[in-house]
Ligand binder design. Sequence first.
Ligand code: ADP
Length: 491
Amino acid sequence: MKYFEKLLIANRGEIAIRIMRACRELDIDTVAIYSDADKNALHVKYADEAFHVGEAHPSKSYLNMERILDIAKKSGAEAIHPGYGFLAENYRFAKLCLDENVIFVGPRWKTIKAAGSKIDSKQMMKDNAVPVIPGTEGGIRTISEAKKVALEIGYPVIVKASAGGGGIGMQIVQDEKTLEDAIAASQRIAQSAFGDATVFIEKYLIQPRHIEFQVLADEHGNAVHLYERECSIQRRHQKLVEEAPCSIMTPELRSRMAQSALKVVEASGYTNAGTVEFLYSNGNYYFMEMNTRLQVEHTITEFITGVDIVKQQLAIAAGETLPFEQKDLSIRGHAIECRINAEDPTNNFSADPGKIVRYRSPGGPGIRIDSGIHMGYTISPIYDSMIAKLCAWDSTRDDAIKRMRRAISEYIILGVKTTLPLHYAIMNNQQFVNGNTHTHFLQEEHILNTLERYTRDEETRMQTLAGSFQQGKKVAAISAAVNLYLQQKKD
Ligand code: ADP
């Protein structure tokens, strides 16, 4: 059964290719869009058809709703998959698609709109007996009210933008003295980033874990969860390493959290794929927000459940019924994802765009790579710095960590700085190995302080590996270099 004849992918990079891969297996023709900066990008080459969408800046290309809909019509695409980022959580775009008779692969526009307000969705969850983090009811109206609430819940508190995303506009406040300034700063940032200055306060949890549940719901009232992912290892409140399942999960906690996640689905009339995010602290969990799209880290859920989430999204969008019930699903093994960003972790994660002069990706059992880069590719400074996702699966968490270390040691990316050395350090950190992770892991474990040496070693190792490939010595040279590298790590 063919869900669609033709699908337009309103995105770029690895996620555009990920969606096109599902389409190719489903025999659906794909339409790519590309900006001036992406003429030679891999997603353009992968697609069956490609259309120029505009200038490099996203506002002129990947965010240009009218132009994208024009291309959908011109190419005869019946549906649009937005990927993540760009227009994925823009309810106006979902509504425009509906008005123009093009299927938007995602939830209904009203659901996206409701979930887009952290304040409204928190209130809705509270009304449905899903635990939420204590804080202001609604947005902050006056400073005296904010001070009163902060005093009640106790410092530290966090000021957050209701329309926020990507950790933007968050301010942690330790005491009353700095509250007013933090609120003003948060409002300013929220206004310029999201066009909405509404901010709210909630209790700042100390060393929580970020645990989220993947859900799928069809348009016939059926919904399932695909278990949890832990995404506690973050930089600037953005995820760097994710794993599934969560290392501290118990059947009892999972059952309670999954029930809450499905309550969120029911209460919001949710359809298609989504993620319910929680923070977990001291035995309690709290609803944080609903992400109404495919997540970057959907890969690890696919590894442990065997469900192809993108194919399910397309099936649901085509009006199909979910092909399984909760009782048909189970967890198999353990999966980890490392986000490979073109960034310098030794320099406050500053972006490091540029040309990739040597590239070789790992392989072998249990390894998955989603990326839009290749040798000779020039990473543009205009778009997100995430250039690849490296995922490792094995039957236990320990084995998955070992497999990830092995895969990282095979990875060669030369020409730009990346987060690879950081991931190697994390995979070798004893607290990580013990499963003791939380959202301040990088700072508390002082991993960044040790990175300078790791990065130097890493570059030498990659040069060695790259050199041996060139000279054709291959296998022996690779294992010698890898062994040398691993030996150095132990020292
Ligand atoms: P965004 O939508 O901007 O990505 P989220 O609400 O999803 O923001 O939160 C992102 C991250 O910020 C969380 O994973 C966590 O690390 C941190 N965070 C958010 N709210 C709190 C809180 N109340 N206490 C502690 N950390 C928080």
